[in-house]
Design a protein around this ligand. Structure first.
Ligand code: SME
Length: 165
């Protein structure tokens, strides 16, 4: 038996089931903070991630747009991240998901917790294609996230676009 393949299949099944639950959970609510708070909680419950949450693009008077800490589950985290900085700011700048198997090998990684070892960041877009924020998930193990996580988390963020932005 190919063990890696069956682990991937199991992960795919869990994500597929998770996505149908989330679609139901958010379908009747369109308040950004409420929905993102429940999505963070559901991800934490379903997968036991160390840190899961959202950073949201906001422009405060007199400042460049930055990522501001939004709803999350896990240890306390940094409040703001500049465009192009860290994994989150890089995903925003590059407009693409970033899978980081070893955070120490990512130049400029921002260590909100010294326990974080690997990370995935997925942009959330508005319907007209701007980046509204990013979904960030951290793990205390190396190499936790792969292309399966990326694909399903992108589908999750697409649901958020449809529902919120
Ligand atoms: N590691 C992220 C910062 C956010 S925390 O992981 C919650 C980064 O490099 O952008």
């Amino acid at each position: 038996m190919d063990t890696n393949r069956s682990i991937t299949n199991d992960k795919e099944r869990r994500y597929a089931s998770f996505l149908s639950d989330i679609a139901l959970l958010i379908q009747d609510e369109h308040d950004e903070i409420s929905v993102l708070a429940n999505v963070s909680a559901a991800l934490k419950e379903a997968f036991g991630f160390f840190w899961v949450g959202f950073y949201l693009v906001k422009e405060q008077e007199g400042c460049e747009p930055q990522l501001y800490l939004g709803p999350f589950q896990g240890p306390t985290a940094c409040y703001r991240i500049h465009f192009g900085k860290g994994v989150c700011g890089s995903a925003w700048q590059q407009r693409q998901s970033l899978v980081v198997p070893d955070v120490e090998k990512f130049p400029g990684h921002i260590a909100c917790s010294s326990l974080s070892r690997s990370e995935i960041v997925v942009p959330v877009y508005t319907k007209d294609g701007r980046v509204a924020g990013v979904l960030d998930i951290d793990s205390t193990s190396l190499g936790t996230f792969d292309d399966t996580d990326r694909q399903y988390l992108e589908q999750l963020c697409q649901l958020l676009t449809t529902n919120l932005y």
